[in-house]
Write a protein that binds this ligand. Structure first.
Ligand code: ZN
Length: 168
């Protein structure tokens, strides 16, 4: 199970938002349109985690009955990784209140954060470890954090999956 590599399509990333967080309404609109699809930070994180020898599923529900999709899912170790966009999830460093429609954006942000907290609670109640990574975080550091959590939960007797081909 742990050696499964998702065949999730990574070939259609050309028109993704180039900036890692929103700096204008246009960018926000673009990010909104791209929500839930492969973003550059997601691809970078996947590659870095893959390079550390870990295999994972992409954009899956960790628990079928819980309608929440994690970005990287380690079924055996029960580790779910969410890569959170700085704007949509309220990164303390990069989230700045929008000048226009401030009430709307503030409500939206509060809704997202409440949902994130609920997702954590629901999955943790099922025995999962949830790791949240801001999209501005250093990719290699984040990947190292993920790998440490996965290997700790697998225990010392479980070996990492053998290297296969490159990330798909
Ligand atoms: Zn940020």
């Amino acid at each position: 199970m742990i050696s499964t590599v998702s065949t999730h399509h990574v070939g259609t990333t050309m028109n993704r938002a180039k900036q890692s967080w929103a700096s204008s309404e246009a960018t926000r609109a673009s990010m909104r349109a791209n929500k839930g699809r492969d973003t550059k930070p997601e691809l970078a994180l996947r590659r870095a985690v893959y390079a550390l020898g870990l295999r994972y599923r992409v954009s899956r529900r960790p628990v079928k009955s819980i309608r929440r999709t994690a970005d990287l899912v380690f079924m055996g170790a029960k580790v779910a990784v969410f890569l959170d966009g700085c704007f949509w999830h309220g990164c303390p460093t990069h989230h700045t209140a929008a000048a226009t429609n401030a009430d709307y954006w503030q409500r939206k942000l509060q809704t997202n954060r409440a949902r994130d907290a609920e997702t954590n609670r629901l999955l943790e109640a099922e025995g999962w470890q949830v790791i949240r990574i801001w999209e501005h975080e250093d990719t290699d550091e984040a990947a190292t954090r993920v790998a440490a959590a996965v290997r700790t939960r697998r225990g010392p007797s479980r070996q990492a999956a053998p290297q296969e081909t490159g990330p798909k």
